[in-house]
Design a protein around this ligand. Structure first.
Ligand code: NDP
Ligand code: OXD
Length: 317
């Protein structure tokens, strides 16, 4: 174990992640960033981080690979990681499955009008039978067809929804109609329920605004457009979401991510009784998945194979 090259763990990334856990499972020395000293920084080749503090990279003299704890690297990119050092994103089947579960759960909440039943239950009220549209009558549009979006789109299609997808470059997915950047307005016009699984970049910041929501299909089977965001909160304009919920441009939303997190207790979003909010927990990076991913990538790198899931600097994701 001592002969293996050490990994530095930025322990600010999550309370339950200990260097000891990773050292045991990766079978190599793992040190906390906070405990590392000059001698460690002089020789440490690997860093696992997510939202590093400013100046973190300046400490390292021999850094070779930066591993992101999360699938999204916007927090990492904000702190100017050195250009020549590769950044490996977190990609793992458990995370992909967790996100698809959340997306499907939210789509079913809207399909079956779950907030209405929950409020009747809270009032001990039997209620009236709701109109029940079929999933096949609902057009879902998934924005971002990467690791998470393409799997979620397939799962939605398997559940019977009428699914389309949109991404920067054109994709081909069996049974799913796809659009690239040029097809955005057509894609939005056929969409009743839009699911955001985009990374936060200069191009996607503030994308989900009133003009965007106004392009969604107002006449769908659910009685109005639905917005679901599991990507990044800074891609949405919350003032516009609130105004669009009030004037009916949007019928409802499911939000896991917010412009500022945690969501401020005074946010009007808390006050809507027919929307669904989760605290950035749609797909949490599990330690077991991280170990699997790091083991594989470290093994590849140390045996001379190319690293996978590399961030492309000019795209920002
Ligand atoms: P990927 O990099 O695999 O996929 C990103 C997708 O977005 C690609 O299809 C890409 O297009 C598309 N895209 C990026 N920029 C644009 C653009 N400007 N216009 C159109 N399409 C664009 O990422 P993942 O699927 O792994 O993750 C997506 C995001 O989900 C993460 O960046 C993160 O922010 C968020 N996330 C949120 C979590 C949560 O708990 N809420 C958990 C995990 C991730 P192309 O295929 O052409 O490159
Ligand atoms: C991620 C996240 O990017 O959890 O992995 O948000």
């Amino acid at each position: 174990m001592i002969s293996k090259r050490p990994l530095i763990l930025d322990t600010d990334i999550g309370a339950d992640r200990s260097p000891e856990y990773f050292a045991e499972h990766l079978e190599r020395p793992v040190l906390s960033l906070n405990d590392a000293d000059e001698t460690v920084f002089a020789r440490a080749p690997y860093l696992l981080t997510w939202r590093p503090r400013p100046g973190t990279f300046d400490k390292f003299q021999a850094l070779e690979v930066i591993f992101s704890l999360g699938a999204g690297v916007d927090g990492l990119m904000r702190t100017d990681p050195p250009q020549h050092i590769p950044i490996v994103r977190f990609v793992d089947p458990d995370m992909t499955q967790l996100m698809a579960d959340w997306v499907c759960h939210q789509c079913l909440n809207h399909l079956r009008d779950q907030s209405q039943y929950a409020s009747w239950q809270a009032d001990r009220h039997w209620g009236n039978k709701q109109q029940q549209p079929m999933a096949s009558e609902v057009r879902v549009g998934v924005m971002g067809l990467g690791e998470l979006g393409s799997f979620a789109a397939r799962r939605l299609a398997a559940m019977g929804f009428d699914v389309a997808g949109w991404s920067r470059s054109m994709k081909q997915l069996d049974g799913i109609k796809t659009y690239d950047q040029n097809g955005l307005d057509t894609f939005l016009g056929r969409t009743d329920m839009v699911v955001g699984l985009l990374p936060l970049t200069a191009q996607t910041q503030g994308l989900y605004d009133r003009s965007f929501f106004s392009k969604l299909n107002p006449d769908g089977a659910l009685g109005g457009p639905i917005f679901i965001n599991g990507g990044r909160g800074k891609s949405q304009v919350e003032a516009d979401i609130i105004a669009c919920l009030k004037d009916g441009t949007l019928k409802s939303v499911s939000l896991d991510v917010f412009e500022e997190e945690p969501l401020h207790e005074n946010s009007p979003l808390w006050g809507f009784d027919h929307i669904y909010l989760t605290p950035h927990s749609s797909a949490v990076s599990r330690d077991s998945g991280l170990v699997r991913h790091l083991s594989e990538q470290l093994q590849r790198y140390e045996s001379g194979l190319p690293l996978q899931h590399l961030v492309e600097r000019d795209r920002g994701y």
